[in-house]
Design a protein around this ligand. Structure first.
Ligand SMILES: [Zn+2]
Length: 236
């Protein structure tokens, strides 16, 4: 079994700063996503699973419709595995309802007039994100005990919480340490991969222009996100 921890917005600098040894593994570094005009989540994960830059295809769908994109397994490298489990990945097995609700609360937050109203929406937003995170953690734990040759779980918590709370170091550290604990439960060979990192904009967070990777067996240098198709197929 090969395991992929697909972590949205896992930031290289914070993995180092919070000393997340299990996320770092033996070898780690940044990915090169400079071929993309912006670090967009849906563009990056669909490029990852197809092995080709899908920016034009995804952007052609428009800002709203792109989130509903759901690729057929035949378009992805997952078809090279006998019994893959791919949990909540954008563009493939994404929980559309959950993520639509998150985006709606984010919109409400920025449109809210008073600080009290904003705080109330932020609490609801954070609660929703953590509840979903617990569900994905449980699904991931279950998948690890089943008979899969590939288990990929997508964790959105660092991105979703980060957008409204990146200036809250205590909260962000708690999330990174939790993700580090999840990585520690994996005994099989594992790749940790993020689509992009995150940088601080006041108390908020926005996507940074590189991703993060880590591996146990070799130094991957500064790979492109489209290189992981080949890297993972090689490990079958
Ligand atoms: Zn993302």
């Amino acid at each position: 079994m090969i395991v992929v921890l697909a972590i949205d917005a896992l930031e290289y600098d914070l993995v180092e700063r919070f000393d997340c040894a299990h996320l770092r593994q033996q070898y780690y570094g940044k990915t090169d996503i400079t071929e993309f005009s912006e670090p967009r989540t849906m563009v990056l994960w669909t490029s990852f699973m197809t092995g080709v830059n899908s920016e034009r295809r995804v952007l052609a769908l428009g800002d709203r419709e792109m989130w509903n994109l759901s690729l057929d397994i035949g378009e992805t490298f997952f078809q090279g595995f006998r019994n893959p489990a791919v949990i909540d990945l954008p563009g493939f097995s994404y929980d559309l309802k959950q993520h639509a609700r998150e985006r709606e609360l984010l919109r409400q937050y920025f449109e809210a007039g008073s600080p009290t109203e904003k705080e109330c929406i932020r609490e609801e937003y954070n609660r929703l994100a953590f509840e979903h995170h617990r569900k994905i953690k449980a699904d991931f734990g279950r998948a690890l005990s089943e008979n899969h040759d590939l288990v990929l779980a997508y964790f959105s918590v660092a991105d979703v919480i980060g957008h409204l709370n990146f200036g809250n170091t205590v909260l962000m550290k708690m999330i990174y340490l939790d993700l580090d604990e999840i990585a520690a439960t994996v005994k099989e060979e594992m790749i940790v991969l993020s689509d992009h990192g995150m940088m601080k904009i006041g108390s908020f967070g926005d996507h940074s222009g590189y991703g993060f990777w880590s591996a146990r067996d070799r130094d991957l240098g500064t790979p492109k996100i489209t290189d992981f198709r080949g890297i993972l197929l090689e490990k079958r």
